[in-house]
Design a binder for this molecule. Structure first.
Ligand SMILES: [Zn+2]
Length: 479
């Protein structure tokens, strides 16, 4: 071995010592945060309780006590909600490029959990002490690296996620965030079960130009970390703090190791967390955010997950319906017996928040029992409805009321063509009303329809004026 080799060995040894030391301290910091936030003394951090406030104080202390240069105005807590019972905590790391510093990367993690139920404490170590621990360490690392950041980074510990994304909704709707140019939002939610899930997942790469390449960039991924990506958040049953941002058109990434942990169970405890995995994820995020903050090419793709497309002015879809139809006699004793109705067509909707206008067009076959023989008509029907809806994140309910026009282009009675010149009317108008519910991309509804115009041109002795009445279910696929 030459002296050169000995020197090199020494240098490498010293380097690896420092690298492993910094890793160790990151790991032990993450561990400390999770054990503190998920300890029984914090009683599950239910939003609006003194225990959630303790958690909030812990986060703000960690950020302001860090050994980096402290500007007190860059870390603050603000209260909101009834009696100011909720708190979001914000840390701003201002970028150093004159222009780009006005653009923000927002990194969020919710710190509340479920509290105590039936005497059992839900500590929420994975959900979401793990995300908050990561957020705290990201805040410290990025602050240290502030002089190398062109864009600004805003870290937010959200309150009240578990009770309906209250903290993140408040942040985006009631603070100066409404005027902020947010380039990208990360929500770190449940990142403590890396080994069990085999990868950290970033859902939402489709919202960013070249998002997949960016997230899979090997130069940014620490050795040993497996990264998986999803173009868009898909699950209609889960939501995280990305939602209120995505609805505003902000590109979002949901960062998670999935639901391998005892999700929303009292067993979600600190000793089950994979701290080595969290260390790798935190290192990846530090690299990634550092890179994005300086990437002048970084931009939104303009695409947004289906389940986040709430405020689209226009929506449209394909629709099918199946139900019954019968003849209602405007004079005389009885109504006709029911027969089937079916149709297929297109629906569209123009949305104005709570209200919408829904024009549809479909081809339908209406059957009816008639004393002189069963009648079947082929129709082109155009309903237009006024809709009242309560939609949130692509799911919700609606009720509607409207009218329709129907053109019978042909029809048969007992297999014989029916006569639209002398016996029956070609055109029909009437009223529709009904209700529906939607979990994007599907929509299911019920419609009741009543003709206001007569099917027969003139009444005869055994047959008073008759009008169609249809009741049917609709299933639509909304694009
Ligand atoms: Zn969560």
């Amino acid at each position: 071995m030459t002296n050169k080799h000995i020197l090199l060995t020494l240098v490498l040894f010293t380097l690896s010592f420092f690298v492993s030391k910094s890793q160790t301290s990151l790991t032990s910091n993450l561990e400390k945060h999770v054990y503190t936030l998920a300890s029984d003394s914090l009683q599950g951090r239910a939003a609006g309780t003194i225990h959630a406030q303790k958690a909030a104080n812990y986060i703000i202390n960690e950020w302001t006590d860090s050994d980096t240069d402290i500007h007190p105005d860059t870390t603050f807590m603000y209260s909101f909600g009834e009696n100011d019972k909720y708190q979001n905590i914000v840390k701003i790391i201002t970028g150093n490029d004159e222009k780009l510093k006005n653009e923000y990367i927002v990194i969020g993690a919710h710190y509340d959990h479920l509290g105590v139920k039936k005497g059992e404490i839900y500590n929420g170590a994975d959900d979401n002490a793990s995300g908050v621990a990561t957020l705290i360490e990201l805040g410290k690392a990025l602050k240290k690296n502030q002089s190398n950041l062109k864009r600004s980074v805003m870290l937010v510990a959200f309150d009240a996620e578990e009770i309906g994304l209250v903290g993140s909704k408040h942040f985006i709707n009631h603070t100066s965030a409404t005027d902020m140019d947010i380039k990208l939002m990360f929500s770190i939610d449940m990142v403590g079960w890396y080994k069990a899930s085999g990868a950290v997942n970033y859902a939402g790469t489709g919202t960013i130009k070249n998002g997949k390449e960016l997230l899979k960039n090997p130069n940014l991924i620490p050795a040993g970390l497996n990264v998986s990506v999803k173009n868009f958040e898909r699950s209609i049953f889960t939501a995280t703090d990305t939602q209120p941002f995505a609805i505003k058109g902000v590109p979002t990434l949901a960062v998670t190791t999935g639901t391998k942990s005892p999700y929303h169970k009292p067993e979600d405890d600190a000793h089950l967390i994979d701290y080595e995995g969290m260390t790798l994820i935190t290192e990846h995020l530090i690299n990634l955010i550092g890179h994005i903050a300086n990437d002048t090419e970084f931009n939104a793709s303009g695409k947004i997950a289906k389940k986040h497309r709430e405020n689209q002015l226009f929506t449209f879809g394909i629709t099918g319906n199946l139900g019954t139809n019968y003849h209602h006699y405007t004079a005389g004793a009885t109504d006709g017996k029911t027969a089937s109705s079916s149709g297929i067509g297109l629906m569209s909707q123009v949305n104005f928040g709570r209200f919408a206008i829904r024009p549809e067009v479909y081809y339908e076959i209406l059957n009816a029992k008639h004393p002189n023989g069963d009648i079947s008509t082929n129709n082109l029907t155009v309903p237009i409805s006024l809709v009242m809806q309560n939609m949130e994140g692509g799911a919700g309910v609606d009720v509607f009321l409207g009218g329709y026009y129907s053109y019978r282009f042909n029809g048969k009675q007992n297999g014989e063509k029916i006569d639209f010149v002398n016996t029956f009317n070609r055109n029909e108008t009437g009223l529709t009303f009904g209700f529906g519910f939607q979990v994007k991309p599907f929509k299911i509804g019920f419609t009741s329809r009543q003709a206001l115009t007569n099917f027969t041109q003139s009444p005869n002795s055994d047959n008073a004026h008759i009008r169609n009445r249809a009741n049917y279910f609709t299933v639509s696929y909304v694009f």
